[in-house]
Design a protein around this ligand. Structure first.
Ligand code: ATP
Ligand code: LTN
Length: 339
């Protein structure tokens, strides 16, 4: 029996992924490649929905891909590629956009949040249709499951609705994807503002631990993490959001349960706990940073691996798109006659 297919994507919009991305999503991508036929995509088309710098985008696309490899995704096992290398994403997004209601797209909460930040009138049409492009990503590959965080549930629902609608209007064409909401995955919060999620667009640099941070930066950030009044290292999201977040990070990276950690640190001060946590984080991220640096030092090899991924992705995407063209009624282009 063939393995179920998973597809997921991540935007190349920062100089490094952060601990929230890693524990909330990317680490599960690695686990899934063993049991699934996995497609993982650096979604650079999505990254231009907000104002951006071209040289930076190119650089961040390579950095994103290098980190995917550095965390343990195997390019011979998973298909790892860059979205813009497979033009069918944009092509299918157009067709799906024509099946999407204006009101339906207007209800997407991520658009409301992101457009509100810059003033709704400044937001691009691309930001508005972002979830339609995401649906195209997923449906192109006849995806069974989409591993994403809870924040992406609404976009997943739209992808499902579009698949069902298209199949109904034009005949069975797309697999209807299921959300694979990552269970047991904690939301990692901002070290400086422990009630807000750790986020590359809203957290301050001191609030984020980057996957590519040097050990000294990690030690400094953990040492300065906001803790709660009083003492005691216990899990209590409402009363002790700071310590609770640090406990979750410690547990996720060490594999020790929170119960065992609170037992071990009963009576210990915040200082001791943070010093030991910093070493756990530094030890977990060090090898990832070193591998990413090595991969980035050989751009030609990285680009070759991405071309290999794009080749594999294209083979599937072309097939789906050929079917879509026929279903929709586009006239096949005659082969160009030799001169
Ligand atoms: P932004 O806040 O700028 O939108 P982000 O930092 O939240 O960006 P995304 O690119 O939106 O990062 O997220 C990539 C993946 O990482 C998503 O699947 C998301 O669910 C997950 N993720 C992001 N932040 C966290 C977090 N703080 N805790 C757990 N998972 C997270
Ligand atoms: N919107 C997603 C990134 C993303 C994605 C996808 C995730 C783009 N295309 C397809 C899963 C499947 C995010 O912000 N995390």
């Amino acid at each position: 029996m063939s393995r179920p297919r998973v597809f997921s994507g991540i935007q190349p919009t920062a100089d490094s992924f952060h601990l929230g991305n890693y524990l909330g999503a990317l680490r599960q991508w690695v686990a899934l490649q063993e049991s699934h036929d996995a497609f993982y995509c650096v979604v650079d088309l999505h990254a231009i929905t907000l104002p951006q710098d071209p040289a930076l985008l190119r650089q961040r696309t390579r950095i994103a891909a290098a980190q995917l490899l550095a965390i343990g995704l195997d390019p011979d096992v998973s298909t790892i590629f860059v979205q813009s290398h497979v033009p069918e994403h944009a092509e299918l997004a157009w067709v799906l956009g024509c099946q999407t209601g204006f009101g339906e797209a207007s209800r997407m909460t991520q658009f409301k949040d992101k457009s509100a930040k810059g003033g709704a009138q400044q937001a691009s049409v691309g930001l508005f249709t972002y979830p339609v492009l995401q649906a195209a990503d997923i449906l192109l590959y006849q995806t069974d499951q989409v591993p994403v965080g809870e924040d992406q549930r609404q976009h997943l629902e739209l992808s499902r609705d579009l698949a069902i609608r298209f199949n109904h209007r034009y005949g069975q064409t797309f697999t209807v994807p299921a959300a694979y909401i990552l269970g047991g995955v904690e939301k990692i919060t901002d070290l400086q503002e422990p009630t807000a999620k750790m986020s590359k667009s809203t957290s301050s640099p001191q609030g984020i631990i980057d996957l590519l941070d040097e050990p000294d930066a990690i030690r400094r950030k953990v040492a300065r993490a906001v803790t709660d009044t009083g003492s005691g290292i216990t899990e209590d999201e409402a009363a002790k959001p700071g310590i609770t977040n640090l406990l979750r990070i410690y547990s996720a990276l060490s594999g020790t349960s929170i119960g065992d950690l609170t037992g071990r640190y009963a009576g210990a001060g915040y200082g001791t706990f943070k010093r030991e946590l910093a070493e756990v984080v530094a030890a977990a991220l060090g090898p990832i940073r070193e591998r990413a640096e090595k991969i980035l030092a050989d751009e030609a090899e990285l680009d070759r691996l991405l071309a290999q991924g794009a080749g594999r992705a294209s083979a599937v995407a072309r097939q789906t798109m050929a079917e879509v063209r026929e279903r929709v009624g586009f006239l096949p282009a005659a082969a160009v006659a030799p001169r």
